[in-house]
Design a protein around this ligand. Sequence first.
Ligand code: HEM
Length: 500
Amino acid sequence: MFFIDSYVDPTLLNFFYGLVTLFVVHYVIKFVRRVRALPPGPWGLPIVGYLPFIRQDECNHMTELAAKYGPVFSLKCGQFDVVVINQWKCIKEALANEHLLGRPKETILPGVIEHFSFVEMSGERWKEQRRVALTTLRDVGLGKSKMEDSVRDEIDSFTERIKSFEGKPISISNKLSLSISNNISTLVFGHTYAYDDPVALDMENMLVQANGMLRYFNVAIFMPSVASLILRLNLFGLSKFGDLFRKFESHINDEVIEHRKKDIDDNGIKDYIDGFLHEMSKRQNEKDSTFNVNTLQRNASMFYAAGSDTITTTLQWIIMYLVKYPEYQNKIRDEIKQTIGLNRQPENIDRQQMPFTMAFIYEALRHSSIIALNLARRALEDTKVGGYSIPKDSFVIFNFWSVHHDPNLWDNPELFKPERFLDEDKSKAIKPPYLVAFSGGKRVCPGESFAYLQIFLYLVSILQQFEISVESGKDISLERVQKFSIRPKILPDFIFTNID
Ligand code: HEM
């Protein structure tokens, strides 16, 4: 300091000190205001905030923090103030709060993904894209008997494939995912893929690898301004993900190109891409329309990814539970025998007379909670939940895990117990409002009924034809691994023995 004083004009120096003091005071006031406006929570480091302290079992960690700081707590994660909402009372209030319907301002993976799908949009753009997407999907078959027929056809191909292994132990994961992807593929692209089609294999490989690489509290998501640098320096596996993503998108792009060669009128709409292209041509004179090819490509990708990976993972868990608890496998098969029998293909309506099967499905969704932390939301205005303030533009996360594993709602929540969903005389399966596997409110998962349809039809069809087990001496571990979704840590090879 002495050295500087002797060489620099004192007025300039005083001006400089004044500026620094002003800057520090301004920063401190802003910091104190921010901290006071936010719910309580743990401290973090400058710049990265609490990110480096978040454990791999992120949902358990969030639930533990809620026990310490309260059901609505906050953390600084990279560039964002994050508010985590826990426990049913607060999550129920948050799901109904219109100010919490936004998504973060960046795409799901900044630096890798440039354009927005409706899953990442907020406000009027989101509302309009979602409305048109759901109308188009309904028009091309979602929720209709035609769709149910095509899922049953797909299940036939799947079970034939399983039979071809003649009871040898097999790895189920990609057989299941290639089959499940065909159901969403029918809606979005208008066709299925052969199980050995290199395009289908590429897309499924990308989804599996992406899920294995990306954790929920990902640096690129929470520090978007350095995402491009992270990508360039190939940190956190992001550049490998970028390569896989681009390959995936190029397949979707090929689909769009093929569809654009067709002449589509109102009657010629066969799938989601047709419907979007038709809407795009109707709106070609609209200013700033989001109905453009970039949005189409991203919407189609998101539907494909959301519609295949989630169901595949849920069915993987279901198979794990069936083998871990063979008594439930037998109980469901008994219910099948008493209702539809082993020969007739199941229909969605059969759910109504199969309470135990439905209770088992609800329990599988609760216990596995594959989407334990909701797709991030953003506060569109200053708002409150449970009496806690949530400032505008905070990142908002709903911790569904904390609801599904709350001992005040579920007796011994770590236990897998389908009976908890049955009424007293065991004649009805009852789904309480706090089973929120598909979220809730206006941004609820639009694939919920399609998901229930597939889970029910696959489960019943598989148990009509096979007894599932693992090699003797092998045990099933229900240990979980949490990345973007929660998966079984070890998925063993399963034996599917034909029931004749
Ligand atoms: C077991 C299966 C599934 C589970 C557990 C699941 C769960 C979820 C959850 C928790 C959300 C976040 C909603 C929110 O922000 O509050 C979501 C959103 C979404 N899901 Fe699903 N989902 C499943 C299957 C599907 C299927 C089959 C489709 C495709 C038809 C689908 C398409 C979507 C889309 C497009 C969104 C974003 C909605 C929006 O931002 O408006 N999901 N899902």
